[in-house]
Design a protein around this ligand. Structure first.
Ligand code: PLP
Length: 387
């Protein structure tokens, strides 16, 4: 059996090699502090869990869902009012089984083999993988190392002419940057000028700190003519394992994605849809509370790492620290050695694209004492390395 050329284009998961190293440690009876995966550790809203339990007891909810409940579209439209965006529920909202579902099928929906897509470098890996799986070409949008904004001016005119799709992601995984309004306005203008579909991944829209206001791309005037935005219940409501998300924006683009998906899946488990509706529509004090929890962890981890001799930039959003490796060491050997020697798992920046090299990403998805223990081990190891 030979896997397809399509599959062979994808890198062998860096994550998998790290997982093997973590497994080896655990087999020896040693622990692992896992900062490598952005999987929220906070609880979902209680009203979402209660709704899920009730619905799961109804035998009628085990049929194929096929499509979204209309109330889900309405709930998303109401939720989006917080971003100053008005949505027509039926035409401008598409339910997804996780935004990964939508992002992985995006290129198959819009790109022919040989077509060109612009994606951020560094960027979340599915953007690159999705484009390659569709047989299309990837052109990186370099991310400025200082401002962490995309450098549109570094893209040559012939690339703009060929591009059919551009993906942006703010707040960003892995850099944790938030978009300036200017970045989003320029993106919309460029999408119009070059007739391309603009895709904004807004999965971390609610994980913003220090009073920052998250900006939906659809709040930029004219964006709905060129853009769709992905958002998710995974991080906002800690429902990552439940697999429910949505795309909003340009109706014909959503209709195309809906058509592809109608051939691929049979919809999201109805109790999960009902839990999502409850999450989106019930007043909840958890938004502010969890921002405060993440901000406190961020501050504690940054302070402890600085103390340990590894100062890192304080992120304005997300659940990630994006840190230059000490002395600019290559990220993969650094992450592997760190895991083997200290049991602290981080993600090597190279997993996010060539410009991620020399960085690692740490997810603060543990309580502060666990993060302090991670920083303590890192500090001891760095001191040992420096002799
Ligand atoms: C930037 C970004 N987009 C999308 C996703 C996928 O989220 P979902 O759980 O909705 O598939 C993630 C998950 O970590 C992410 O970091």
């Amino acid at each position: 059996m030979t896997p397809s050329e399509r599959l062979n284009q994808l890198p062998d998961g860096v994550f998998q090699e790290l997982a093997i190293a973590a497994h080896e440690r655990r087999k020896k009876g040693l622990d692992v502090i896992d900062l490598s995966v952005g999987s929220p550790d906070l609880p979902p809203p209680p009203h979402a869990v209660e709704t899920l339990i009730r619905a799961a007891q109804d035998p009628g909810d085990y049929r194929y869902a096929i499509t979204a409940l209309p109330e889900f579209h309405e709930a998303v439209a109401r939720f989006y009012e917080r971003y100053d965006v008005t949505l027509a529920p039926e035409r401008e909202v598409l339910q997804l089984a996780g935004s990964q579902d939508g992002l992985s099928h995006l290129a198959l929906t819009f790109l022919n083999p040989g077509d060109l897509a612009l994606i951020p470098d560094p960027g979340y890996p599915i953007y690159d993988a999705g484009v390659r799986l569709a047989g299309a070409r990837v052109e990186p949008i370099p991310v400025d190392a200082e401002t962490l904004q995309p450098r549109f001016d570094a893209i040559p005119p012939e690339v703009w002419r060929q591009a059919k799709l551009m993906i942006l992601n703010f707040p960003s995984n892995p850099t944790a940057a938030i978009a300036t309004r200017d970045t989003l306005e320029r993106a919309v203008a460029l999408a119009k000028q070059h007739d391309l579909l603009l895709v904004h991944d807004f999965a971390y829209s609610e994980l913003v700190f220090d009073g920052v206001q998250p900006i939906s791309i659809l709040s930029i005037p004219g964006a709905k003519e060129v853009a769709i935005e992905f958002n998710s219940l995974s991080k906002t409501y800690n429902l990552a394992g439940a697999r429910i998300a949505y795309a909003v924006g340009r109706p014909d683009a959503l209709a195309a994605l809906r058509k592809l998906k109608s051939h691929i899946d049979f919809g999201v488990f109805l109790p999960v849809q009902r839990a999502a509706i409850a999450a989106l529509t019930t007043p909840w004090d958890g938004y502010e509370r969890q921002r405060a929890v993440y901000a406190e962890r961020r501050d504690a981890l940054c302070a402890a790492l600085a103390e340990a001799g590894w100062p890192v930039r304080k992120p304005a959003a997300t659940m990630f620290l994006w840190a230059q490796t000490p002395g600019g060491q290559p990220s993969y050997p650094f992450a592997l050695a760190l895991l083997k020697e200290t049991g602290v798992a981080v993600t090597p920046g190279i997993a996010f694209g060539p410009r991620g090299e020399g960085h690692v990403r740490m997810a603060f998805v543990h309580d502060i004492p666990v993060l302090m223990e991670a920083a303590r081990r890192i500090g001891a190891w760095l001191r040992q390395q420096n002799g």
